[in-house]
Design a binder for this molecule. Structure first.
Ligand SMILES: [Zn+2]
Length: 332
């Protein structure tokens, strides 16, 4: 009786152990490809931005596709990748909208993976919101890397949703809209001012965000005074001013009486800015040697936020934003 019971116990134990053992071994012995696939689907840990070409971008694009976004299934971080990330950030990270991919965006995407019903594609930003307009109007004005110039305009109804007044020095005390920047650029400008203070310098912020309507008033006044052709050489048409992005600040100093003049480029502050702005995510948008390309006069005072990664890339390769776009659109 005892022997029979023991026999049955051993018999079933062997079956259970055997089955268990086979299950355990299965993935590592016979299913390498499945395992690789699983680890590939993990969202990339590195920062990614528009025009990056990398295997990890493919993983990101696959992920966006699985969330219902109609992006391209490629290794290229293109304008569709930027659009999808922007739409997601507008819904879940309104303080952190850039169109770029970083840790905070990764966390949100991971949460959405487990909770897909929460996401609505194109909820905040339609894929082609502003078609058939000349000059070409950008589909994604929230994109921190957006190109805005005489050929690429912002929509007339675009007002940044995250404007704040940076805690920096201004040469005036009035509380006016031109003190404002988008949150991300404001934080970066505070860091830039802190560093220049520590270098013993005294920068002043003169003019940041400018609305479409304000730009229209300025341009119309200039046209009335000097005619449209002439006005267009020194003043931007509404929609074509980078100041509407909320990512630009004109800076100056006491030496040039807080004016916006090329002499600023020769001052200690102007020199420091030229060599260090990129470390805080800003570029000198209209350099002296790029007038033919940017179609704007040299403006050593006009700094544009694009984030540290791109700012450093452009600085090190001596490229304007126009050249960066041209190069990448040709390559992809
Ligand atoms: Zn400016």
């Amino acid at each position: 009786m005892l022997n029979k019971g023991l026999f049955i116990f051993i018999f079933f134990s062997l079956i259970l152990f055997g089955c268990h053992g086979v299950d355990d071994n299965k993935p590592s012995k016979t299913n390498n490809s499945e395992q690789e696939e699983t680890s590939e689907l993990e969202l990339p840990k590195k920062h990614l931005k528009k025009f990056d070409t990398h295997d990890s971008v493919q993983v990101l694009n696959d992920h966006l596709l699985s969330l219902g976004y109609e992006v391209n299934n490629t290794k290229h971080f293109d304008s569709l990748t930027t659009w999808a990330l922007t739409d997601i950030q507008l819904q879940f990270l309104p303080e952190h909208v850039s169109g770029m991919y970083d840790e905070q965006t990764r966390d949100i995407l991971n949460q959405l993976k487990d909770n897909q019903e929460k996401i609505v594609s194109e909820k905040k930003l339609k894929k082609t919101q502003y078609p058939d307009r000349l000059p070409e109007v950008t589909d994604n004005p929230f994109d921190v890397l957006a190109l805005v110039n005489k050929e690429h305009a912002l929509p007339s109804d675009y007002i940044p949703h995250d404007l704040v007044v940076p805690n920096v020095r201004f040469p005036f005390t009035e509380d006016v809209p031109k003190k404002q920047l988008r949150k991300m650029a404001a934080d970066a400008l505070e860091n830039l001012f802190k560093a220049s203070d520590e270098a013993g310098l005294e920068l002043y912020a003169q003019s940041g965000y400018r609305s479409y309507d304000r730009q229209k008033t300025i341009f119309d006044n200039n046209v009335a005074r000097h005619g449209e052709d002439h006005a267009n050489t020194y003043s931007a048409r509404p929609g074509e001013s980078e100041h509407q992005t909320g990512l630009v600040m004109d800076v100056t100093n006491r030496t040039v009486n807080f004016e916006l003049t090329t002499d600023f480029g020769e001052t200690k502050e102007g020199q420091w800015l030229k060599d260090n702005a990129h470390l805080y995510g800003f570029i000198i948008r209209y350099p002296e040697d790029k007038v033919e390309i940017t179609k704007y006069q040299y403006e050593p005072w006009h700094i544009r936020y694009v984030g540290e990664a791109l700012a450093s890339e452009l600085y090190e390769n001596n490229l304007s934003l126009e050249e960066h776009y041209q190069k990448n659109l040709e390559e992809n």
